[in-house]
Design a binder for this molecule. Structure first.
Ligand code: B12
Length: 136
């Protein structure tokens, strides 16, 4: 069974989507380690190390995702988690920035997949199965 660390990064307290993702990923057959809301980058890294995780799925809802996520890939690399699958989604930036620009920015920050607002968990589940080579 593949292990996912999920959580809401930074000073973000939006809790409902996190619960839904936890439920959806668990139902889809993943071992979910949910570090919850208000999670600093270090908590994602420590949880991934402690649980030997296969992927990290970061949520950001309150608009400060870019600041909160910047540097996470570099810190993962320094912690020996180089190459770990890293996704981000939610409402990653404030207001109405062009999605292509946001997507490009997060890809440049080292995220493997970046999801637009309103993306359903099913899409992420299909991508996780593909990227982690999970048989259906
Ligand atoms: C409820 C709510 C609150 C509550 C949160 C209570 C709680 N503890 O959960 C309170 C009142 C505390 C709050 C506060 C704030 N909020 Co608020 N809040 C909302 C609201 C109305 C609903 C959020 C919600 O629960 N949605 C339902 C769940 C199911 O949806 P979700 O959270 O979006 O999650 C789904 C998807 O995003 C997606 N998803 C999430 N993560 C990921 C990750 C991946 C990889 C993928 C693929 C998908 C994915 O899947 C989830 C499940 O379907 C939204 C507006 C809205 N209609 O969405 C604003 C909203 C999120 N809030 C917003 C803002 C700005 C704030 C504040 C900054 C306001 C302020 N100035 O104080 C603060 C921030 C507080 C903080 N430190 O976090 C903005 C964010 C704007 C942006 N990003 O551009 C929104 C969009 C409102 C708006 N239109 O302006 N908020």
């Amino acid at each position: 069974m593949k292990t996912l660390v999920i959580g809401v990064i930074g000073s973000d307290c939006h809790a409902v989507g996190n619960k839904i993702l936890d439920h959806s990923f668990t139902q889809a057959g993943f071992n979910v380690v949910n570090i919850g809301v208000l999670s600093p980058q270090e908590d994602f890294i420590n949880a991934a190390i402690e649980t030997n995780a296969d992927a990290i799925v970061v949520s950001s809802l309150y608009g400060h995702g870019e600041i909160d996520c910047r540097g996470l890939r570099e810190k993962l690399n320094e912690s020996g988690l180089d190459g770990i699958l890293l996704y981000a989604g939610g409402n990653l930036v404030v207001g109405k920035q062009k999605w292509e620009d946001v997507h490009k920015k997060f890809k440049e920050m080292g995220f493997d997949r970046v999801y637009a607002p309103g993306t359903s968990p099913e899409i992420t589940i299909a991508d996780l199965k593909k990227d982690l080579k999970v048989e259906d």
